[in-house]
Design a protein around this ligand. Sequence first.
Ligand SMILES: Cc1ncc(COP(=O)(O)O)c(C=O)c1O
Length: 416
Amino acid sequence: MTIDYNKFISNRGKLKGPSAIREIIAISQQPGMISLGGGLPNPSTFPFKSIKVELKDSSSLTIEGQDLELALQYLPTYGLPKLSLWLKELQKVKHYLTDRESWNLIITTGSQDALSMAMEVLLNDGDSIITEEPTYSGTLSILRPLALNIIGIETDEYGMKPDQLEQRLSTHPSDKPFPKVIYLIPTGQNPGGSTMNDKRKEEIYAIASKFNLLILEDDPYFYLQYGEEKSKKSFLSMDVDRRVIRFDSLSKILSSGLRIGFATGPQFLIEKIQYHQQSSTLHASGMSQVIAQQLLTSWGIENFDKHIESVQQFYKEKRDQFVAALLEHLGDLVEYNIPQAGMFFWMKLKGISDSKKLISQKALEKKVILLPGCAFLTNPSEISSHVRASFSIASSEQMNEALKRLSLLLKEEISN
Ligand SMILES: Cc1ncc(COP(=O)(O)O)c(C=O)c1O
């Protein structure tokens, strides 16, 4: 199937084109080129001589010379070339891409900014978009100001339900624009904790194909899969039609403060995002990119995988500690699925219709913070009996204490 991408581009996106200065910066880095065109600050005036990064395994990285000079200067909008190459290789290996396909990758200031740019170049005010119900509040913050018709599709432990999706698309009211995009978080969903298995992904992909929708695969927890049943098949890897833009992040595996994300997808769509970035951040931080690049290059994919395994093991242990604390303190006061990836439990507080009231007043008085479910609902005026609990930071003792306090609170509420 050949997709006419123009159909998916918003009016704002259609007006985004290359910036003359930014294009010159990309060309000026070709070997032998003499540029009088770019207006770059002269790096000899910059005070930095070298950067030494000491790692927890006692090794270190020294960034100096040409590598440092490049990182300190304005960069091509697509990203630091050596980091782009490394990440493209990673995508090829993890998502079974080949060079023959016309895909590209852009490095962004976290995946959040990539998502924001993609929404901007794809969606007009008033457009319809499909999301999971519940969905990531950070994406809802991008979507709400665009006055979109946000259609939340019910989820279960494997994420978005295909039958509900198909039913909703088949009965879409004719007075509203037909959805162009499905936004989903396939792994360790935030906040639902669900992880799509390969079968579920194939079903959703087939529906996207049938109704000709793009899939925005927001997958920052892809490398945080610690369950028995790991999904190796991303939407990107099964994208025979070229309808997927995949959003990855280094936030959960290297550092969230680096602010490095990357979007991978059809050349045409990634170029549109690039035009947007040419007019917003210009490019992700060069310092962050060079640190990530030197680390990843020194590791290679093999040691990257080893690091990932240790991160997965860490979160698995945290998840298990949380389950133990839940069993000890909350028993049948709550309902939940045990996450196989990511860092969230989505818990239904039994007997509580509006968790926000409980969380924003009484739970705070008892000194325990949870996020109320309504923050993740597509309809901001709906109430929810769910809360999102994150087990990433709290120690086992803190988890136990927090859930003990929650249990006391729930018992008080139910007996009133
Ligand atoms: C589902 C989801 N998407 C995107 C992001 C943004 O991540 P980044 O730090 O890469 O901007 C987050 C962060 O928590 C997230 O949970």
